[in-house]
Design a protein around this ligand. Sequence first.
Ligand code: AHR
Length: 517
Amino acid sequence: MLSRREFALSLSAPLAVPLAVHAQGKALQARIKIDADRRVGDIDPKIYGNFAEHLGRCIEGGLFEEGSALSDKNGYRRDVMKAVKDLDVTLLRWPGGNFSSNYNWKDGIGPRGQRPARLEMAWGTVESNRFGTHEFLDYTEALGIEPYVCTNLGTGSWTDAQQWVEYCNVADGTAMTKLRRQNGREKPWGVKYWGLGNEMDGPWQMGHRTAEDYGKFALEAAKLMKWTDPNVKLIAAGSSNFGAGIDWVGWNREVLAYLKDHIEYLSLHTYVGNAANDYYDFVAVSNQLDDRIKTAAGTIRAALGGARPQKPIYIAFDEYNVWYRARGNKERGRKILEEHYNLEDALVIATMLNTFVNNADTVKMANMAQIVNVIAPIFTNEKGLFLQTIFHPLQLFSKNTRGVALETFLDCPTYDSKHFGKAAYLDVSTSLKNGAVTLNVVNRHLDQDVEAEIEIQDGAFQGRFDVALVTGPDIKAENDFGKNPVQTVTSTIAPAGNKLRHRFPPHSYTMLKGRLA
Ligand code: AHR
């Protein structure tokens, strides 16, 4: 466990002194009980992943800005690298997204000056190809992040996918490995995670197919990829969309029927929003996420014969975020998707992360879409960057919610949301690692504290507990360059025995972390 000082330093610029947070009169009362023996499953660090697509200013102008004083000799923005490191990103998916469905990876290797510029039809722009396989894999290697490459199963061929694995993972003895060496990389990178296409269920996708056509096509790609490197783990394009009228369960069922013996993960995507400006409905949206996860897990179990499988298939939520304001925003004719996040978005992200942790036995990978500028926690201009509101919960989870997920008993007042059923004012997850317990608590109430009695069932609290609070002056507060009303504020408390009382301020996310005796 981190020392108190290390804990505070590990967060991006935490405030040492709590903001004045309005304890409004009488608090609602709640009870939380945890028992170290009641385990949901191991939390896979890969649930704290992100995603970098060739889209808007995510790569060019985000991760990578050649010629900038802020960049290193490779063109990587040093300030962005630091923020990515501070975020503790465990896994990075690339190159798309929709972009991947017409991407020819061979355009992005070799001397940068000789790479072809191509028309990019997913987002209506021109792709320079100056950032390609080497630039991506060297970036993840420099930062100690696990790379995840999504192949083109839209317009691409089985051979394209197979040769990409060969180029990245086979040591020597073939034309592909010779090419890699000529391009300056002696050792293979050994990329473990490979996507079998992106959102193939969507008509917006280049090379969109029916579930049956996709299942057959992806199966042959999967065979070739695994015969090239048996260590690769494959992620099938499951349902990308839970919208009305889409048979998302049917898509997953059909895809699993073809791919179940060849994949390790089924990918799901979700983007949520508050277009109706209904705060209480919006902050209850994780109820839907939980339903989707449990439904998909059931579909997987049914596909595997209704039994506990020898070789499980896990869920990879490899795109999730709040995304609704910047659906189509453009800059000089190209889509840029630059969403500015506020406090309510950060609370929703904390509830989504709670949901992944509470389903730790089935969700073993998740990627916030994306990493920089494009619907992202980090936002740059040519002079620097700022951290969006959603950065803070993701950072706190990634740094502190590891180990094993525990079941959390919650007794708390509820409200009826418009679309997502009953929601408790508190939303909670608990994890345990090496004797240190972490509780993540969102208070959804707009203007009232919720005071909770937190009880450890079989043990006691030991020593001081770290408290990290993310809130702000109001739910619409946004961060910007030089202005950070929403950030992480740290303090400590000293619980005694096996019960502690804590007041969770309205519209806030709190992380409590300390040791159990
Ligand atoms: O993340 C933005 C886009 O959203 C991705 O390219 C696509 O997969 C999804 O629809």
